[in-house]
Write a protein that binds this ligand. Structure first.
Ligand code: UDP
Length: 236
């Protein structure tokens, strides 16, 4: 059965080994993964972070740029990534629209939920850009908000690792992947799956969060087919 799903990619994932900017190989890889979902009739929303270009908090840390201005820069970075992803998706034959939380009509549509849903029902991928449009939020929170607004079956946080571990897998060789967590467990300090605002929003709206490895080809399709092995799920 086809699903409506919001997939969140971090901006940093787009940077690849460079650690900065946009790696065209990764864009192409993601575009093909998304294509496989659309071809199965799934309705896909996407949120991409901006950490590969600028991160508000660290920009503000220099003391010159106010937090709110740094966050505005971060939100604009997500628009840059959204445009790149739109091009990549179009290059593999997918119909796609970018909707920004901040009006920039020469570049993309403004977010209007009714239009988003209409695009999705026509099997157009919708990329939600500019976060929530407000400083002091993250793109994880923006992605959760949009997932709830579009009545998504789940939010998938596509990461560089397989899911949520009981301890840092980069530091501990015996770290265990946790397959199923409650929202309360995900809110614990040592579990860094998403920021608390995003998890609380998901909890209040019973939105399942799936954390998976975006670099395993076919993984997103596997999850949408109902196979949740090898990843982590946060739900009630
Ligand atoms: N941001 C914001 N409001 C939002 C979403 C994002 O101000 O609703 C800013 C914030 O500065 C954040 C930056 O955009 O640091 C990029 O987003 P994020 O750090 O979540 O990206 P990721 O870590 O996923 O690459």
């Amino acid at each position: 059965m086809s699903k409506r799903v919001l997939v969140k990619f971090s901006g940093e994932a787009l940077a690849g080994e460079n650690g900065f900017g946009i790696d065209s190989k990764i864009l192409k890889f993601i575009a093909n993964e998304i294509k496989s979902l659309v071809e199965q009739g799934n309705e896909i929303g996407i949120v991409i972070g901006g950490g590969n270009i600028v991160r508000g908090v660290s920009a503000a840390a220099g003391g010159i740029i106010k937090r709110t201005s740094g966050d505005h820069m971060g939100m604009l970075a997500t628009v840059i990534n959204a445009i790149a992803m739109r091009e990549a998706l179009e290059s593999v034959g997918i119909n796609v629209r970018v909707q920004s939380a901040i009006k920039m009509e020469a570049i993309c549509e403004t977010f209007i939920i009714g239009r988003s849903k209409r695009h999705l029902s026509k099997k157009r991928v919708v990329i939600f850009a500019a976060g929530t449009g407000n400083p002091f939020f993250t793109t994880d929170t923006a992605a959760t908000l949009r997932a709830i607004e579009i009545e998504s079956d789940m939010i998938i946080k596509a990461t560089k690792v397989d899911g949520i571990y009981d301890k840092d897998p980069n530091k501990f060789s015996d770290a265990k992947l946790l397959n199923l967590l409650t929202y309360e467990e995900a809110l614990k300090d040592d579990i860094k799956v998403m920021d608390d605002t995003a998890i609380a929003l998901a909890k209040d709206n019973s939105l399942p969060i799936v954390v998976c490895n975006m670099f395993k080809s076919g993984n997103l399709l596997k999850i949408l087919s109902g196979d949740l092995t090898g990843c982590s799920v946060v739900k009630n």
